[in-house]
Design a protein around this ligand. Structure first.
Ligand code: HEC
Length: 394
């Protein structure tokens, strides 16, 4: 097993990274109150004179002399704050401000100094800060050809050395690694010892199994089945006959026939224009196949499932979307209508009367084909990125 700090091998697509980053940014404004300050008497009673000296030493570097700002931290002057909040901020940190710069009575004293410079009126009720809602706490992405690996990313650094367990199923929870205090990621591309997708159904993270910090929801049977179909497929090697790979083969057949159609136009071969147009329609829609060119014989170089399907029968693209969970395969939102547009053009070309008349419909199909290829190219990664489980606080 690689060390817990081993890098994810390109398993975190840019889109997911962006989401995680956004989560980190959102959570930057929320900080848990660190234990250790818990038994400290915070409410009132700090010594602001001592606090002033401490502030000059430990805080002015970022907040400026007298707290007027300028060193990377915000001005603390003229934004009223109460002593408890100020002290807790020092103990727990905030955003890029590290936790625990000062502790114990030092933190309380500096807190009371901050109250003074903040312009809070003594005895006034401090404005009640609206509690920001807690965002997602992180994610577990299932990785590798069989989804046996995991990549854990936390929205906030681990509060202590946190162990990662696989849980659920018949066995006892299985320890698979740990995230050192202050770190946010763990990667093991192939756990090789029991898998969340086979014997277990959720990930638990924390100091203790019984009193954990974060966990994913249990992965349902339906979701496991869908993810397996989408990414792993039935046999060996894994992925070879997954939905993504079989759809990719059909997509390649579709691309080939776009090319054949363009060649037929360039050769001014009307029969072939009509023939390859029929094929485009049938590869996209699958059974029942249509005799678009009306030569008395419907033909289909595709596998009959079709990229889109028809008559209430789902083709590969809707199957992929369903297996990934609605809305998670972003390129499909553009790809599906683009394939539909090519089918509409191919219906026209398939029954066209002359090479000249076929110009516009062939041109439209040709013009769209690079975009189609590009969109399809994004689907496999997007499908993998859908194998993500949110980490929640208990
Ligand atoms: C490394 C730079 C740095 C140091 C050192 C630092 N701070 Fe900060 N502090 C910040 C930043 C940045 C913020 C804003 C964080 C945010 O809201 O995302 C902040 C926020 C605060 C706030 C909250 C302000 C508000 O409007 O709610 C208080 C109070 C505070 N700091 C007090 C202190 C005190 C007291 C010390 C010294 C013990 C200190 N800081 C040391 C960078 C620092």
């Amino acid at each position: 097993m690689p060390s817990p700090t081993s890098k994810p091998r390109g398993i975190l697509p840019a889109a997911l990274f962006a989401v995680v980053t956004a989560v980190v940014v959102v959570l930057g404004i929320w900080q848990p109150f660190e234990p250790g300050g818990g038994d400290l008497e915070i409410a009132g009673g700090g010594d602001p004179v001592r606090g002033e000296a401490l502030f000059a030493e430990s805080c002015a570097g970022c907040h400026g002399e007298g707290g007027v700002g300028g060193g990377g931290g915000p001005s603390l002057v003229d934004s009223p704050i109460d002593e408890e909040t100020a002290t807790r901020t020092v103990l727990a940190g905030r955003g890029t401000m590290p936790a625990g710069i000062l502790g114990g009575t030092d933190a309380v004293d500096v807190g009371s100094y901050v109250v003074q410079i903040s312009g809070a009126v003594e005895g006034a009720v401090p404005p009640v800060a609206e509690e920001p809602p807690l965002g997602p706490a992180g994610e577990v992405q299932l990785t590798g050809p069989r989804l046996w690996g995991i990549f854990v990313s936390l929205a906030q650094p681990a509060g202590a050395t946190w162990t990662i367990w696989l849980d659920g199923g018949a066995q006892d929870a299985l320890r698979v690694g740990e995230i050192p205090a202050g770190q946010t990621t763990f990667a093991d591309p192939d756990l090789g010892i029991g898998t969340i997708i086979d014997q277990y159904n959720r990930v638990i993270i924390g100091e203790q199994l019984q009193d954990f910090a974060l966990a994913t929801d249990e992965l349902s049977e339906a979701r496991i089945t869908a993810l397996k179909a989408l990414i792993i497929g039935e046999g060996n090697p894994p992925g070879a006959n997954s939905l993504v790979s079989v759809a990719g083969e059909q997509f390649a057949v579709f691309s080939d026939h776009t090319r054949f159609l363009v060649e037929a136009r360039d050769e001014a071969n009307l029969a072939n224009i009509r023939f390859h147009s029929e094929h485009l329609v049938n590869i996209a829609l699958g059974a029942p196949i249509a005799d678009v060119d009306q030569n008395g014989e419907p033909t289909n170089p595709g596998d009959g499932v079709g990229l889109l399907g028809q008559d209430g029968r789902e083709g590969y693209l809707p199957q992929i979307d369903a297996a990934a969970g609605v809305g998670t395969i972003a390129p499909l939102a553009e790809l599906v209508p683009a394939v539909e547009a090519t089918v509409a053009d191919a219906r026209v070309c398939g029954d066209i009367a002359s090479v000249e008349a076929a110009g516009p419909c062939v041109n439209a199909i040709e013009a769209r084909s690079a975009k189609l290829d590009q969109l399809w190219g994004q689907v496999p990664d997007a499908a993998r990125a859908s194998a993500v489980l949110a980490l929640e606080r208990p």
